[in-house]
Design a protein around this ligand. Structure first.
Ligand SMILES: Cc1cc2nc3c(=O)[nH]c(=O)nc-3n(C[C@H](O)[C@H](O)[C@H](O)COP(=O)(O)OP(=O)(O)OC[C@H]3O[C@@H](n4cnc5c(N)ncnc54)[C@H](O)[C@@H]3O)c2cc1C
Length: 261
């Protein structure tokens, strides 16, 4: 942490963890382990350090992450346990517990979207008791759960639903209530990933690419971003530079010399 210009316990620990994982991967001849900006704050931290540099001690503030609606504390296990398991940092027992939780969340959400409640006096009475408005036509249980005043426990009074572990219930409620916002951000992440996947070959000579701005050429030669996405986050790289890079990659791909992923 000190060497890379950050301050803070978590910042230092995060870099130590990734450095350790990658030292092990390197010695085993495995691909580097990289977390992206859309997967983890560690991804944001390292991408910022590598691409933006530091002029003052760097702190990991939530405002630095553009996808912070997805980088929530409540879903950290859903985002990262699979990856941790794949690199051998999660025990089989913990992984099994995680899979059970993940599957229970998915199953419950599917069930709530499928099951319909039809209007009627009994339903209206139960809703009124909960302080919620009556329904005019059939709605799914998921639609009801989207109401701010309805929780999973309250839904259990309207329909025969199983008891859930609190951590499963919490995720079901969050994922259904905020589905619209989450889906919008996932769409942005998809667009982001497309540019992250356009890898810039390590042997790219930016001096030889026509059309790049002078500043773009200098910064790209100095910082050598891994992907077009990473290049787009370097200050001074313009949208026109990005278009030039995409054309360059396409040309290389056609010539069959590129390693564009
Ligand atoms: C007074 C103070 C209060 C702080 N409070 C907080 C806080 O409340 N919350 C927070 O998040 N952060 C806090 N920080 C910041 C945080 O402590 C640091 O950012 C973090 O500990 C840096 O971790 P690091 O592993 O990069 O470096 P360090 O923890 O400094 O570790 C570097 C290690 O390298 C060793 N070393 C140095 N030179 C050599 C050498 N030549 N050979 C072998 N070993 C060597 C040192 O002895 C040291 O053990 C505080 C810092 C200070 C000074």
């Amino acid at each position: 942490g000190q060497i890379n210009g950050t301050t803070g316990y978590e910042e230092a620990a995060a870099q130590g963890l990734i450095a350790g994982v990658n030292a092990a991967h390197s010695s085993m001849g495995k691909e580097p382990f990289i977390l992206s900006r859309s997967e983890a704050y560690i991804g944001v931290l390292i991408d910022d350090l590598v691409m933006k540099g530091v002029r003052e001690p760097y702190r990991m503030l939530t405002s630095r992450a553009e996808y912070r609606l997805l980088l929530r504390m409540d879903n950290a296990d859903l985002r990262l346990t699979e990856k941790g398991y794949q690199i051998g940092l999660i025990s089989p027992g913990r992984y099994e517990n995680f899979c059970r939780k993940r599957d229970a969340i998915a199953r419950t959400i599917e069930e709530l979207k499928k099951r319909q409640i039809v209007p009627g006096d009994r339903v209206d009475a139960v809703l009124a008791e909960m302080g919620s408005a009556p329904i005019r036509h059939s709605v799914s249980l998921a639609e009801l759960l989207r109401r701010p005043d309805i929780t999973y426990k309250k839904l259990q009074k309207l329909a025969d639903l199983p008891d859930l572990a609190p951590e499963v219930r919490e995720q079901v409620e969050i994922q259904i209530k905020y589905e619209g916002y989450i889906a919008k951000q996932e769409e942005q992440v998809k667009r982001f990933r497309r540019l992250e996947k356009r890898l810039l070959p390590g042997d790219t000579d930016y001096e030889q690419i026509p059309g790049l701005s002078r500043e773009g050429r200098e910064k790209l030669s100095l910082l050598r971003p891994r992907s077009v996405g990473q290049a787009s986050r370097i200050s001074g790289i313009t949208p026109a530079d990005i278009s030039v890079l995409l054309v360059y990659l396409e040309k290389r791909r056609r010539e069959g010399a590129g390693t564009d992923g």
